[in-house]
Ligand binder design. Structure first.
Ligand code: ZN
Length: 154
């Protein structure tokens, strides 16, 4: 797409801080990170940012294989044990993975306790993996029934 910034990066019209590429995918440092050396992985071909609109299982395998390769590079070069991967699908409507190096994890995987907790009733334009208070078991049962009944109808 001519007005897509990731297409422009992929075809060389716009510069990027490339760290890896092959014929199909490109990885580059995010210029608007909230974690140091946050990295984006994109297919060079334009796809909608909703991955699950793509009906090609082999594409999923190639995308995850690429993610593994780039994550291995980040782990080794940045000396981090884990890299968080998300597909937020927001902002730029060109499929992209966001890779977040997880700095500060100790060798013993000790969790750095966060001093505050959050719970979202609607998407606040950011994500967190913090745990909240235990859910109401009755509500969990009700939504489980609702979801499984809905799945059974399809
Ligand atoms: Zn694009």
């Amino acid at each position: 797409m001519s007005d897509c910034i990731f297409c422009k990066i992929a075809n060389g019209e716009s510069p990027c801080f490339k760290i890896w590429e092959n014929d199909e995918f490109l990885a580059f440092l995010d210029i608007m990170p909230n974690v140091k050396w946050q990295t984006l992985v994109i297919p060079k071909k334009h796809y909608d940012s909703d991955l699950f609109l793509i009906d090609d299982e082999k594409f999923y395998w190639r995308l995850m294989s690429t993610a593994k390769e780039v994550i291995d590079i980040l782990k080794k070069s940045l000396k981090v044990q884990r890299v968080w991967m998300i597909m937020e699908w927001m902002w730029v409507n060109h499929l992209h993975l966001k890779l977040y190096p997880m700095y500060g994890l100790g060798e013993d995987w000790q969790i750095n306790e966060c001093p505050w907790h959050v719970f979202f009733d609607k998407y606040p334009w950011y994500l967190t993996t913090q745990m909240w208070d235990q859910a109401n078991m009755e509500e969990l049962w009700e939504i489980q029934v609702q979801i499984t009944n809905s799945a059974a109808l399809n």
